[in-house]
Ligand binder design. Structure first.
Ligand code: 1GP
Length: 236
C-alpha cells in the first residue's frame, strides 16, 4: 500500500512522475506484451488502465499480461464502476468535481463498493476536474457534464482546493483524452500553488516540451495516452 506514499514523497522531493494510460478498448490482448515492453523502455513510472466507455470485458486478462511483463505499478483509472479489477495494484477513486451530475459525484462510487470490498486495491480518492479544451471530449459526452472554463483560473483552483478539503488525496486536472488544447500552464501553476496534495495533469499532452512545461508549472505527474497509443516509439 505504498503507491500514494510514493506520490506524496514525489511532491516533497520534487520528483516528477509519468503515467502511460492504456485504454482497454483500443488494446488487443495479443499486443499487450509488446506494449508493456515499450513502456519498460520509456521513462514511465506508472501505468494507468481505463477508458470512458469500456465495459470491463477483458480487463483482468489485460492487467495480468501487463503485470507479467512490467514491474510498474498499475492503477485503474475507471470511467465507470464496471472497470474494476482486483488484478491491479490500486485505483484512482474518482469524483468528477467539475460536473454536477450525481452519477459521477456519488452514484458510481456507491455501486462500486461491494466490488472494491472484495479486492486489496489501494484506493486513492481523487478529485477529477475537467477543463474546457477546444472541442467536446469523450469524458464530457459520457459524463454529460460541462468542463470548467479554461480562462477561469480562480474558480478552477478553488474547486481543486475544495476537493482537497473534502478529503481527496489527489487532484487530476484533465483536458480530456486527445484534447486539442492541454490544460493551460498558468492554470496548472495556480492549482499547484493552492493545494498541498499531489497534482496529476493529462489530456492533449503530446510532446517532450509539453511534458516538461507541465512539470515546470507544478504537475507532480503527467499522463500520456493518445501520443503513446498513436506512436509507440513516442518516448524514443
Ligand atoms: C486522458 O489524461 C488522459 O484521461 C490522457 O490524455 O490521451 O490526450 O494523452 P491523452
Amino acid at each position: 500500500k505504498d503507491i500514494y506514499q510514493n506520490l506524496l514523497s514525489a511532491v516533497y522531493q520534487n520528483k516528477k512522475l509519468l503515467a502511460i494510460l492504456l485504454d482497454p478498448d483500443k488494446l488487443d490482448l495479443e499486443q499487450t506484451k509488446e506494449v508493456a515492453s515499450k513502456i519498460n523502455q520509456s521513462p514511465a513510472t506508472h501505468i494507468f488502465v481505463g477508458g470512458s466507455s469500456f465495459n470491463g470485458n477483458h480487463l483482468c486478462d489485460l492487467i495480468r499480461i501487463i503485470k507479467r511483463n512490467s514491474p510498474l505499478p498499475i492503477l485503474l483509472f475507471p470511467g465507470n464502476s464496471n472497470q474494476i479489477s482486483a488484478e491491479a495494484d490500486g485505483i484512482l477513486f474518482l469524483q468528477l468535481l467539475s460536473g454536477r451530475n450525481p452519477d459521477y459525484l456519488i452514484e458510481h462510487q456507491i455501486k462500486s463498493v461491494p466490488v472494491l470490498e472484495k479486492t486489496n486495491l489501494e484506493i486513492i480518492s481523487t478529485g477529477y476536474i475537467l477543463i474546457e479544451s477546444g472541442s467536446e471530449t469523450a469524458v464530457e459526452r459520457v459524463s454529460r457534464t460541462k468542463p470548467l472554463d479554461r480562462r477561469n483560473h480562480d474558480f478552477v483552483s478553488q474547486t481543486a482546493k475544495a476537493g482537497e478539503l473534502i478529503g481527496n488525496k489527489l487532484i487530476y486536472l484533465e483536458a480530456g483524452s486527445g484534447a486539442i488544447n492541454a490544460v493551460p500552464l498558468e492554470m496548472i501553476s495556480n492549482v499547484a500553488k493552492r493545494i498541498s496534495i499531489p497534482l496529476i495533469v493529462g489530456g492533449g499532452i503530446r510532446s517532450r516540451k509539453a511534458i516538461d512545461d507541465a512539470f515546470n508549472a507544478g504537475a507532480t505527474m503527467v499522463v500520456i495516452g493518445t501520443a503513446f497509443e498513436n506512436y509507440p516509439n513516442f518516448f524514443d
